[in-house]
Design a protein around this ligand. Sequence first.
Ligand code: PPS
Length: 281
Amino acid sequence: EVKGTKYGMKIRDGICLPNGVINLSYSKCFSLRDDDILISSFPKSGTTWTNELVWLIIHNLDYESSQKNVDKKFIWLDPGIPTKIIDDANSPRLFKNHLPLQFLPNDIKSEKIKKIYVLRNPKDMLVSTFHFYKKLVKDEFTGEFKDLVDLFEEGKTWYGPWWSHVDSFVDLPNTFLVIYEDLIKKPNETIKSLGEFLGKNLSDAEIEFLIESTSFKKMKDSENTLKNDPKHSSIFRSDLVFFRKGEIGDWKNYFDEEMSKRIENVVEKKLKLKINFIYEN
Ligand code: PPS
């Protein structure tokens, strides 16, 4: 157990994992297919938004179907899914995970399999994480924001260290990097490139449709559906807000200069990928 934390974090194989992530033996034990698509991210980086975009692009912008079976669109690897369920799923299978690379099947490194990694300014990611940890049922985080900054620096937030997570995924072949800030600041260009990566030449009208149908406001409408999932109610309190603010720069309301510098310094020191651009608003 991680000392000083009041939420359920355990160090296993050098990685901080939430209590719910217990069946790690499953996560490696299946074969990937060449047409699988994997979306990986550090929590609170824009996963849900990216998933929605990818699902719509793959399914020819079928918005109506996307609103049904909200939870069945992706296979979430983290809780440990029995291999048979994964093997029986129809192609193209869409996977999502926050699990670090070493817990995933080795053939993720294959050039043939498409991977998408979602990245967000770690400062905004931490603010989002802070609100999230506060709503955990069993393991509520009772610390202050600066305590979470300490944990980040020590690499001890869920699935951390963050820098190892980022570097390991962005280095994989056939990987598209979705940057949260790009989705907000230049959605047309970013979605066009994402479409190209997925083999689709999206028209301007289709891109506009995607922007509109995955807007923060639209996606927030699915908040209750997500929260009513019985799987979630044992983990999160009902006042958790999945779609909280959806903005760039909320970190300025939480970080003082010293905390901000600490994040920048540790990222500069430990992350191989150069991401200074991400701090600009
Ligand atoms: S999770 O639980 O790890 O899957 O969370 P994740 O989806 O990665 O990140 C949650 C944050 O993404 C914001 N979000 C969006 N922002 C803009 N537009 C859209 N459509 C959108 N959907 C989700 C969400 O509000 C969380 O960020 P914060 O800063 O907390 O608002």
